[in-house]
Write a protein that binds this ligand. Structure first.
Ligand code: ASP
Length: 431
């Protein structure tokens, strides 16, 4: 074991210090102009946003090369279809479980009953949600270059899979290209490692910025709603996933959670499953032992279509707002909420705050006042961070289950506590 502090520990410490710094600024310096201008909206914002950009920069090339390697690694279209079907079905199933759990717990605890409407709740004007028919039509890119330029994950996955299948059909030339993609994938993994070296700094500034703006005071009037969402996220994150991992992947859930730590930190700090893809991919392959041929496919797909944490927030928010406004929802309404949350989860990219926009669509369907979202706006950022961590845990769980069923997981890697630990890079020097 090397005695230098691991990079994950450094990031964790940076995260803690960032959180404390931000909270202190929020408590004592929120009206000091100098600090707000030059630190919160200056330094913290610039470095934090640049770091998130550097993570996003990795996503498209990494997913492309990794997915080409994955499809070529599977090498058989029937197997590819089977893996795709299993992953898709499991993603729907876990989201269905998540939203059902959230509705049951929220109905039992009934947050929002007798809630005094806080004055000055932020007003919320929803952006129009995309029509669901478009969600399906738009999986097929009319222009793949556009899809790559925009980072449209479902379209990229669709095109790359077809391209890689065509490579398999092209014999020797295809094989040579696959070997090149493999080398490029290796290089991209090293680009990830390089960016990781800056992660402690990036995470510090992200946390400091978020908590300078999000004071804990915002949470207090909303404590009922906030706690029920967190409770459900924990129940699903630790309960449902552990059960599924034990039953279907035959893996020790505690070890799984421990190994997921780097990915959790990134999901929490960035509140974006998409930006976390490079880290999730690395953790799922190098630390959990899932073969690239499964992970390259299941992880980016999951980051896009699987959002259990988001569905949980939507379930609790529906019950909460219905209680606040004294509106009775029937069984049919709850079933609509289940269906809509699953569709919303499929149809939206994993980026910060998107769950709230889709919530407007859910509310419209069951006739709840969309302005109600203004009430929960204040605490949403913190919940977003936690639910994003749950979202990516779902992606990793399903990846492990699919990999186990395909005999594609290496138990020696999973059991080894040091496997795939993110190390600092040694930059090459001349001479
Ligand atoms: N931020 C979440 C994610 O990226 C989506 C959401 O719930 O808003 O997974």
């Amino acid at each position: 074991m090397n005695n230098k502090m691991s990079i994950t520990t450094k990031i964790l410490i940076a995260m803690g210090i960032g959180l404390i710094t931000g909270s202190l600024i929020n408590a004592f310096a929120s009206d000091i102009n100098f600090i707000q201008t030059y630190f919160v909206n200056g330094l913290f914002h610039v470095v934090g946003a640049a770091f998130v950009n550097s993570l996003k920069m990795l996503v498209v090339p990494l997913v492309t090369f990794s997915l080409i390697c994955g499809v070529c690694g599977i090498g058989d279209i029937a197997v590819l279809g089977r893996v795709g079907f299993k992953a898709f079905a499991l993603y729907i199933l876990t989201t269905g479980l998540a939203i059902t759990l959230a509705l049951v717990v929220a109905i039992l605890i009934a947050p929002g009953e007798g809630f005094e409407q806080v004055t000055g709740a932020a007003s919320f004007t929803p952006k129009p949600a995309p029509p669901l028919t478009d969600v399906f039509i738009n999986i097929v890119p009319s222009n793949p270059i556009n899809a790559f330029a925009e980072g449209n994950m479902l379209q990229i996955i669709f095109f790359v899979i077809i391209f890689a299948i065509a490579m398999l059909m092209t014999g020797e030339i295809g094989r040579q290209l696959a070997a090149t993609a493999e080398k490029l994938n290796e290089v991209m993994m090293n680009v990830v490692t390089l960016v990781m070296d800056f992660a402690p700094i990036g995470v510090f500034f992200l946390m400091a910025k978020t908590f300078s703006i999000q004071g804990i005071g915002l949470v207090l009037p909303m404590i009922g709603y906030f706690s029920v969402v967190v409770l459900c996220l924990l129940l699903h994150g630790f309960g449902t996933f552990s059960l599924l991992l034990t039953l279907f992947a035959k893996l020790n859930p505690w070890l799984f959670i421990k190994k997921m730590r780097p990915a959790h930190i990134f999901a929490f700090s960035t509140a974006s499953s998409n930006a976390t893809i490079p880290v999730t991919l690395q953790v799922v392959e190098k630390r959990l032992g899932v073969d690239n041929s499964t992970a390259a496919f299941t992880v980016p797909l999951g980051a896009t279509i699987n959002m259990d944490g988001t569905a949980i927030m939507q379930g609790v928010a529906t019950v909460f707002i219905a209680n606040v406004y004294g509106i009775d929802l029937g069984v049919a309404d709850y079933l609509t909420v289940v269906g809509m949350s699953i569709l919303a989860s499929i149809g939206t990219a994993g980026v910060p705050g998107v769950g709230l926009i889709m919530l407007a669509m859910v509310f419209n369907q069951v006739g709840l006042p969309v302005e109600g979202i203004g009430l929960i706006l204040g605490v949403d950022r913190i919940l977003d961070m936690i639910r994003t961590a749950v979202n990516i845990t779902g992606d990793a769980t399903v990846s492990c289950i699919v990999a186990r069923s395909e005999n594609n997981i290496d138990d020696t890697i999973f059991q080894n506590p040091d496997a795939g630990v993110i190390t600092e890079v040694e930059l090459p020097h001349k001479g």
